[in-house]
Design a protein around this ligand. Structure first.
Ligand SMILES: Cc1cc2nc3c(=O)[nH]c(=O)nc-3n(C[C@H](O)[C@H](O)[C@H](O)COP(=O)(O)O)c2cc1C
Length: 217
């Protein structure tokens, strides 16, 4: 079983990738083979609206050729996927948005007869990491339209896990930080972030369990 994590963070091994690594750990603990793909290492753009994927009789895939092409192929063959992104302006990062446009759009139908061109159930998880606190996010939830259409396209409600109040700088004293309480951030990093890492691990476990359930059906 192959579980792929896609990182939409520009920072290697920071908050988002730590959460993704923990999710992959969880998946591995149930025997899955795992892989991390870093979008910031690839040269690609979002959907070009060539609409080749909507041609009658065409294969349902993205026809654009660039660094993302082979990634999209891997994602369409994966047993489960975890998309991880820092939150920028209360949304996914630009690269993650571009990747998801290219991955999701070929499976969107303009047909009245079917809801999706993806032919099986594919469990998908989303991990978001952000500066704001959980209380704050209750008032202004993260906008992710891709999560909203995931069940329609891939047959399974997505699982979403978050890390809040993240540690953003190596040394807060050297950067602007007036609106943050560094003490609170430190406390969060030491006491809460390990628990958030554990929720990411549980996400990896849960996705693999779902795949096993579907395979047994
Ligand atoms: C361009 C930019 C925009 C950001 N916008 C938000 C935001 O709207 N809300 C928020 O909570 N954090 C915001 N952040 C903070 C990051 O989401 C947060 O530090 C995240 O955990 C970083 O992930 P990383 O450590 O994997 O890079 C922003 C950071 C950057 C660089």
């Amino acid at each position: 079983m192959n579980v792929i994590a896609v990182s939409g963070s520009p920072r290697k091994n920071w908050n988002t990738e730590k959460m993704l690594a923990s999710a992959l750990d969880g998946a591995q603990s149930l025997g899955a083979k795992t892989k991390l793909i870093r979008l910031y290492e690839l040269n690609f753009k979002g959907c070009k609206s060539c609409l080749a994927c909507k041609r009658i009789g065409a294969q349902r895939k993205c026809f654009v050729k660039d660094d993302l092409s082979s990634v999209l192929e891997e994602l369409s063959n994966a047993d489960a996927i975890i998309f991880g992104s820092p939150i920028y302006f209360m949304e996914l990062t630009g690269v993650m948005h571009s990747c998801l446009e290219r991955f999701y759009f070929p499976y969107v139908t303009y047909s009245t007869e079917r809801q999706t061109f993806f032919g099986r159930k594919l469990p998908i998880g989303f991990i978001y990491t952000m500066n704001v606190t959980q209380d704050w996010i209750r008032q202004m939830p993260i906008a992710n339209r891709f999560a909203e259409v995931t069940k329609e396209l891939f047959g399974v409600e997505p699982e979403i896990v978050c890390a809040y109040d993240t540690w953003q700088y190596l040394d807060y004293e050297k950067f602007e930080h007036g609106i943050f309480s560094v003490e609170q951030k430190k406390l969060h990093r030491e006491e809460i972030f390990p628990k958030e890492l554990d929720t990411a691990k549980q996400l990896g476990i849960s996705l693999v369990q779902r795949v096993k359930q579907f395979n047994d059906q």
